[in-house]
Structure formats: C-alpha cells, structure tokens
Design a protein around this ligand. Sequence first.
Ligand code: HEM
Length: 415
Amino acid sequence: MNNIIEKLKSSRLAKSIIRHGNPDNDLDRSLLMNNNFFLHLHPVKINKHGLKFNYTFGLGGISFFLFLILVITGGLLMFYYIPSTEKAYKSVLDIVYTVPYGRIIRNMHRWAAQGMVVAVLLHMCRVFFTGSFKEPREFNWVIGVFLFVLTLGLSFTGYLLPWDQLAFWAITVGSDMAKGVPIIGEEVRFLLLGGNIVDQNALIRFYTLHVFILPALAVILMFVHFWRVRKDGGISSPKNTYINSSVNTEKESQKKTYTLMTAPKNLKITYGTDKEPDELVMTYPNLLIMEIIAGVIVFLLLLLMSVYFNAPLEELANPLKTPNPAKSPWYFIALQEIVSHTTAFWGGFFIPAAAIIILMAVPYIKPDHNGVGVWFARERKKELIVFASALGLAILLTIIGQYFRGPGWSFVLPF
Ligand code: HEM
C-alpha cells in the first residue's frame, strides 16, 4: 500500500498538481502555503501571539467557514426553491418532506445563518475588547463594520424566502421600520419592497439580494478584509507586528507602514511602536492544523443540531391574518423594542445609523496604541465601559423583545 502511495506521489500527474515535497522541512512548509491557491490566503509565517486560541477564539475564521457552508447549502436549496408567492412555500415543504436530505440541508442553512450573525458579532467584540482596531488596523475595522451590516442584510433577506407566516410578518415589521428615515422613509421602504406591501415584487427583490448581490459584495469585502489582515502585520499582538519606514524623511506624513513580512530590505526603519517585534512561526502546521480541527468541530456541531432541531416553518403566509405580536427577526428586535417606546425615527433610523457611524469612527476618535493585543486592557477602561454598556443594553432589549412581549406588545412572563 505504501508503495502504491509513493508511486502515485512521484507520478508526473501528481507532480504537475503539487509542486512541493513532504512538508517536513521549512522550505516545503513554505511552498505548501505559497503554491496552493487556497492556502496562499495565509502568509508563510505568522505572529506567534495570534495563534493563541484564547486570543481570537478563531471567531473570524469560524465566521468565514459558516459563510462557506451557507454558500454550499444555499446552492443546493436553489435547485428546488422557487421564488414565487404561489410556489415558494410549497417548494420549501418539498425540500423538507420529499427531497432526500432536504430537511437537513435546510436546517444547516438556517442554523449556519444564525451562527454566522452570532460569530461575526462575537468577532467584532473580540477585536474591540483586545484593542485590535487601532493603528494600523483602523481601516480593516471599517471594512469589518460593512461586513457586519452585510451579514445582517443576508440574514434578513433570507428570512422572507420560505413565505410562511413567520417570514411574511417579520419582514413586514422589519421593513416598516425603514419608514423612520426622515423625509424619504416611505420611498426607502418602497424601494426595498418594490411596492407598498410585501408581495411578489418584494420576494423577487429579497431573493436576488440574498442569492447574488449581497453574497457577491460579502465575498469581495471578505477577501479585502483577509488581505488587509496580512498587510497590517497579521493578527495584532501586545508585541509589535508592523514597521514604520522613515526613509529619507523625518516628516510624519511621509512615513509608510509596512509589516514585519512585507518590509522591503535595507530600509531605514523604526518599529511601528516602541515595543519589541513579535516572534514569527510557520503557518503550516501551527495554524493550518488548528483551522482544520476547528472546521471539523463546527461542521459536526452544525450537523448534529440540524439532525435534531428543525428550522421553523409556520403556515403559509396570510396577509389578512396578523399574528399578535408580530415580531421582527431577533437581531432587529432591540430596535423594534425601541420603536415601541418611541417612534420609527429613533428605532428605525437614528439609533442604527448613529451606531454604524460611531462604530466606524471608533479607531479615529482617539488614535493611540494603548493596550493593543490585550483583553480588557486597563489603559482602555473608558472605551471598554462605553462599548460593554451599549452591548449590554442591546442584549437586554433583545431578551425583553424576544421573550417578554405578548399580545399588543404588552409585558408577559415567558413561563
Ligand atoms: C463576515 C464577517 C467577517 C469575517 C469572515 C472576518 C474574518 C476575519 C479573520 C479570519 C480575521 C483574522 C483572524 C481572527 O481575528 O479571527 C479577522 C481579523 C480582523 N477583523 Fe474580521 N471578519 C469579519 C467581520 C469583522 C467585523 C464585523 C469587524 C469589526 C467591525 C472585523 C474587524 C477585524 C479586524 C480589525 C481584524 C484584525 C484583528 C487583529 O489583528 O487582531 N471583522 N477577521
């Protein structure tokens, strides 16, 4: 058997595909990463600190892995799903009850979508709580905020597709919040739905956004995001991971930022901060093996969940039968809760718009290197308290909206 494997490995066909030898030395380990289209997303070497599981919890990678699962399961669902108000619900019933493994594929798609919203949110929190948004990673944080909005958009547009009562009313309530945009609120809602009510036009718009426009944008932004992680010096660290070049100039404005991996040779350089540079280790096997293990665990958990728990599917959408209360998807329910106490302007426009703008501005408000790469660093106490309080409030409102609201949005106990 070993003999056959060796022969296959040394065949011309194998050599034309895989150009490196056994990755048991640093040269072949580098070639493995560099010569593979997919693996060369990673650099050959990475900062040692970024490898620590309890630093990143692999959350960015898990978000990406869930996205890949969503693309694959979504593609399979598209073989059967029909985006028409007449046929959508029936096609989903077919997927669940007659298509082989259809139920599991649908469940995986639905649970992975929820999982991705949670993973991206947690990833954003980890980046914030470790101060990793600071120079030179400010712009990657901004790209991250766009990715967060896109993730919510992907989930929201998918919500309508089963065309059941849950979908129809969640989108009716969710899109009603768009009316809160001053002056052009009605027009924004009209643009989103392709009309005044949720019907065929809305379904085809949401479908197109869900299967093509938003995923395409997300893919582009994700690759820019990964590319910048590399260009900004890899994962942040309490040690230094990037270099400022002060070649031929003392002027701050003419200094350029390089990373430990990309700095041209023979430059007169000063380190990005006065900290020691971080140690570099080989990506294979250190990071790659961890990624494979994390991927297998996430996949198995998702599969297990999809076997035992079915994604919700209520009765066929009925515009004449309003559930009481009609709730938006859970990630917008904090906003719905705010609207119930104020007006659509605050919950549907001002607060979400202000939150996005403030999030994007965060790295530029107070540029410093305080506590970068350290969880909950004392030097960043004030900003940590503000972020944690806003997050805590959003979670509290979500729990109230989700579990403690009954008919007429009255306060009820869930048990
Ligand atoms: C689809 C969503 C996203 C994906 C797939 C993704 C993926 C990743 C990956 C793989 C990394 C490197 C490893 C890690 O930190 O786990 C990373 C780092 C980073 N991400 Fe994201 N991300 C997403 C959304 C976000 C969001 C919402 C933010 C913030 C608003 C963000 C900001 C950053 C920053 C600043 C880094 C560099 C962190 C450091 O150097 O420590 N990302 N992202």
